[in-house]
Design a protein around this ligand. Sequence first.
Ligand SMILES: NC(=O)C1=CN([C@@H]2O[C@H](COP(=O)(O)OP(=O)(O)OC[C@H]3O[C@@H](n4cnc5c(N)ncnc54)[C@H](OP(=O)(O)O)[C@@H]3O)[C@@H](O)[C@H]2O)C=CC1
Ligand SMILES: Nc1nc(O)c(N)c(N[C@@H]2O[C@H](COP(=O)(O)O)[C@@H](O)[C@H]2O)n1
Length: 221
Amino acid sequence: MDVRVNAAISADGKLSSRRREQIAISGERDFDRVDGLRAESDAVMVGVGTILADNPSLTIDESERQEQRRQNGQPENPARVVADSHVRTPPDAAVLDDSAETYLLVSDAAPSDFVAQMEEQGATVIATGENRADLASAFQELDSHGVEQLFVEGGGEVIYSLFEDELVDRLSVFVGSLVIGGRDAPTLADGDGFIEDFPQLELDTVTQVDDGVVLEYDVLN
Ligand SMILES: NC(=O)C1=CN([C@@H]2O[C@H](COP(=O)(O)OP(=O)(O)OC[C@H]3O[C@@H](n4cnc5c(N)ncnc54)[C@H](OP(=O)(O)O)[C@@H]3O)[C@@H](O)[C@H]2O)C=CC1
Ligand SMILES: Nc1nc(O)c(N)c(N[C@@H]2O[C@H](COP(=O)(O)O)[C@@H](O)[C@H]2O)n1
């Protein structure tokens, strides 16, 4: 499986404010670039923190891109994947609507009644890991469901875990021209943080988009 991570950060590296409300860091062209990346993917992934904060649908906005996918024999939207060890995704979350397939990556500790409720709503539940979803094992299972190109949009906890588990192949970052600040505001990679063996990146391209810049990296695992 090829795993691509993309996120938009402020010039000081924040994904949003300390209130964890969604902030439009990207401009119109960058959101369109992200829509194009969704369209190239088999599945789009976020952590449950992003579901609770933003309630995204993770579907494709541009109908021409959906039409192109249909012509290629693909579903009009990529599948949605949520890392959610204990099933905190609300039953009325937008990712549970019927516009695309949805996978919930839970842990073995996930309450069985919550799991059953998600399955009733049409989600496919993949259980790995004792208390927290084991992303490496879950990705093997996703691969067996035909997910070859996985596009991860955040947030900072999930992105850190993916780097920790050496699962990221490519990283793109839109750096917007604003400062958000706040020691408790989420950053591109949160979690415990690395103190050695820092993941190394190779800068591939730098492109000005809107009033910001997109940095594209290969990850040197
Ligand atoms: N600017 C941008 O591009 C983006 C910004 N955001 C912003 O980011 C913020 C949300 O980020 P954040 O709070 O970090 O949340 P995340 O979306 O990263 O979700 C984190 C949660 O995912 C669950 N999880 C399940 N398995 C794992 C695992 N193996 N490793 C890590 N986490 C796992 C954990 O909950 P549990 O233990 O219950 O499973 C964890 O608390 C919001 O403010 C949102 O607006 C989000 C996306 C893009
Ligand atoms: N690329 C990007 N730029 C920003 O400025 C953002 N705030 C985000 N946030 C993420 O975008 C997704 C929105 O999903 P929907 O289009 O509403 O389905 C979601 O993953 C946000 O957290 N992204």
